[in-house]
Design a binder for this molecule. Structure first.
Ligand code: ATP
Ligand code: PRP
Ligand code: NIO
Length: 485
C-alpha cells in the first residue's frame, strides 16, 4: 500500500524549534554530546475535561525518526546564522539517530502524568527530536480523543469524517482523518487518506450538484441513474419536507427500485435535525423505504449529537467535519517532553522539574508504566508508574496509593499487570512494525471497553488512578526535599 513517506516526499529534519539547535551546539561545545539522557513525553490534562485520551501518531513519529538527515543546504543555512561551531556543523552532516525509544501503542487509552513515550540516548539527539515528538503525538492524540467522544455520543451509529475542507492544513486533514479512524470513525470523505492508509472513503453529494440542475428532481434523477446501488440524496437545498424528501422518494421509486436496488439514504444538512428526521423517517417508512438511512450533518459535535438523540431524532449516520477535525472545543493536546534522568559514570541520576504548581512537578527517573486489570471483569483498575527495572508481581497482592494523599491506599488482588510500552527503536534502529489501522481502531475500541463507565462519562468523569510505585515515590520525595528552598 502507498504510504505518505517522509523520507521520499519531504525531509522534516529542520522542523525543530531553534532552541533545540542552539542547545545541541552547546552540548557539543561542552563535550556533552554523548551524555546519556532520558526524556518522557506526557500530558497534564485530558482535553474537554474528559476522563481519558487516546494515543495516536506513533507511526508518523517513527517515519520521522527513521528519516532524520541534515542536507547540505540545511548545513549551509545553519552556517549562515554564524552562531554554530564548524565542529558542530560537521557533526550534523554525519548525524545518525541512535536513541532507544519506547511508546504506548496507538489506540491505547492514556492518562495524565504518565510517560506515553520515553527516549533514552545521547542528550544532543534525544533533545533535538522534542518538537517532532510533540507535534506528531499531540495532533493525532487530540483528534483521536475528540473523535472518540463524538463516536460515544452517537451510541453505535456510524460517524463519517467530513472535515478536510475545514482542517488546518494538509496534514491536519490527512493525518486528522487517520486519527479520527483510530478514534472510531467508520469512514472518511478524505480520498487521499483512503489511498494512503486504507480508511474507507465515502460520500454523498453537495448542494452545488442539486443547484446545478434546472430542478431538484432532475438533480436527484441524474445522480440515481449513475449510482443506483449506493445513492444517498441531499434533501435540504430548497425545502426538506415539501420538496427534498418527496422528490427523493419519487426518484427511489422510478430510478432505483426498477434497477433492482434499494435506496441507501437521504442527508439532512440544516434546520432542526430532530424535527426533520422524525418526519423524514415517517415519510420514508410510509413509502416502503424503512431501510433507507437518514444521514445528518451540519456543525455537529458530541453535545449536539447527544442532545438530538435524547430528543428522539431518527438519525442513522452522522457526518462530522469542522468540530472534529479541528477539535474545536479544545484545540490543544498539551503533551510535553521533559528530562527525567541523565547518566553519570554509567549510573542513572534522576532529575526533577520543581514548580510552585504541584501539577507541574515532573516524575523523575527512567520509568515504565503498568496497567492493572481485574482478572474477573477485565476492567482496568489503575496505572502504576514504576522504575524501569521494577517488576510488578501480579501473583501477589500489590498495594497502590495516591501519590499526593498517601493515606489513600488499597491492596489489589486477583489482577493482571500489563506493561504499557513497546520498544520501537533500539539504538536508532526501528524495531517495531506499526499494526494496520483497522487493527488499531479495533484495539482502541476493545481497550476503551476495559474502562469503567464512570471514566467514560462526559461530565465530571471519575479520575482514573495513575499512581507511583513506592520506590519511585521515594526518589521523587528525596529530590523534592533536596530542591526545597
Ligand atoms: N434539534 C436540535 N437540537 C440541538 N441542536 C440542533 C438541532 N438541530 C440542529 N442543531 C444544531 O444547531 C446548529 C445550528 O443549526 P441550524 O440549521 O439552525 O443553523 P444553520 O446551519 O444556520 O442552518 P442553515 O444551513 O439553514 O443556515 C448546528 O450545529 C446544528 O447541528
Ligand atoms: O458542518 P461540518 O461538521 O463541518 O460538516 C461538513 C459540512 O461540509 C459541507 O458543507 P459545505 O457548506 O462546505 O458544502 P455543501 O455545499 O456541500 O453543503 C457539508 O454539507 C457539511 O455541512
Ligand atoms: O460526502 C459528503 O456528504 C460530504 C463530504 C464532505 C463534506 N461534507 C459532506
Amino acid at each position: 500500500m502507498h504510504k505518505i513517506d517522509f523520507r521520499e516526499k519531504r525531509n522534516l529534519t529542520m522542523l525543530t524549534d531553534f532552541y533545540e539547535l542552539t542547545m545541541a551546539n552547546g552540548y557539543f561545545e561542552n563535550g556533552l554530546k554523548d551524555k546519556i539522557a532520558y526524556f518522557d513525553m506526557f500530558f497534564r490534562e485530558v482535553p474537554d475535561d474528559g476522563g481519558f485520551a487516546i494515543m495516536a501518531g506513533v507511526e508518523q513519529l517513527m517515519d520521522y525518526l527513521k528519516s532524520i538527515k541534515f542536507e547540505d543546504e540545511d548545513i549551509d543555512y545553519l552556517k549562515s546564522k554564524n552562531i554554530f561551531s564548524s565542529g558542530f556543523l560537521e557533526y550534523l552532516k554525519n548525524f545518525s539517530f541512535s536513541c532507544d525509544v519506547w511508546a504506548v501503542p496507538e489506540g491505547t487509552p492514556i492518562f495524565p502524568n504518565e510517560p506515553i513515550l520515553i527516549v533514552k540516548g545521547p542528550i544532543i539527539e534525544a533533545q533535538f527530536i522534542e518538537t517532532m515528538v510533540l507535534l506528531t503525538i499531540n495532533h493525532q492524540s487530540l483528534i483521536a480523543t475528540k473523535t472518540n467522544r463524538i463516536v460515544r455520543a452517537a451510541q453505535g451509529r456510524p460517524i463519517m469524517e467530513f472535515g478536510s475542507r475545514r482542517a488546518q492544513g494538509y496534514d491536519g486533514a490527512i493525518l486528522g482523518a487517520r486519527a479520527a479512524y483510530i478514534g472510531g470513525c467508520s469512514g472518511t470523505a478524505c480520498t487521499i487518506t483512503d489511498r494512503d492508509f486504507g480508511i474507507p472513503a465515502l460520500g454523498t453529494m453537495a448542494h452545488s450538484w442539486v443547484q446545478s440542475f434546472p430542478t431538484e428532481l432532475d438533480a436527484f434523477r441524474a445522480y440515481a441513474r449513475i449510482y443506483p446501488s449506493n445513492c444517498t440524496i441531499l434533501v435540504d437545498t430548497y425545502n426538506v419536507l415539501k420538496s427534498g424528501i418527496p422528490n427523493a422518494i419519487k426518484v427511489f421509486e422510478e430510478e432505483i427500485i426498477p434497477r433492482g436496488f434499494r435506496p441507501a439514504g437521504i442527508r439532512i444538512d440544516s434546520g432542526d435535525i430532530t424535527y426533520l428526521s422524525n418526519i423524514a423517517r415517517k415519510m420514508l417508512d410510509n413509502a416502503g423505504f424503512k431501510d433507507c438511512k437518514i444521514v445528518a450533518s451540519n456543525s455537529l459535535d458530541e453535545y449536539v449529537i447527544r442532545d438530538i438523540l435524547i430528543q428522539g431524532a431518527k438519525v442513522d449516520i452522522f457526518g462530522v467535519g469542522e468540530r472534529l477535525i479541528t477539535s474545536k472545543s479544545e484545540p490543544v493536546f498539551g503533551g510535553v517532553y521533559k528530562l527525567a534522568a541523565v547518566e553519570e559514570d554509567g549510573k542513572i541520576v534522576s532529575k526533577i522539574k520543581v514548580s510552585e504548581n504541584v501539577a507541574k512537578i515532573t516524575n523523575p527517573s527512567f520509568k515504565k508504566v503498568y496497567r492493572l486489570f481485574r482478572r474477573d471483569t477485565g476492567k482496568a483498575i489503575a496505572d502504576v508508574i514504576t522504575l524501569a527495572d521494577e517488576v510488578i508481581d501480579d501473583t501477589k497482592p500489590y498495594e497502590i496509593f495516591d501519590p499526593v494523599h498517601t493515606w489513600k491506599k488499597q491492596v489489589v488482588t486477583n489482577f493482571h499487570a500489563k506493561p504499557l510500552h513497546e520498544k520501537i527503536f533500539e539504538k536508532g534502529r526501528c524495531i517495531y512494525e506499526s499494526p494496520n489501522l483497522k487493527y488499531i481502531s479495533e484495539y482502541c475500541r476493545d481497550q476503551i471497553d476495559t474502562l469503567w463507565e464512570e471514566v467514560l462519562r462526559f461530565e465530571n468523569p471519575h479520575k482514573y488512578y495513575v499512581d507511583l510505585s513506592r520506590p519511585l515515590w521515594e526518589i521523587k520525595q528525596k529530590l523534592l526535599q533536596e530542591y526545597s528552598y
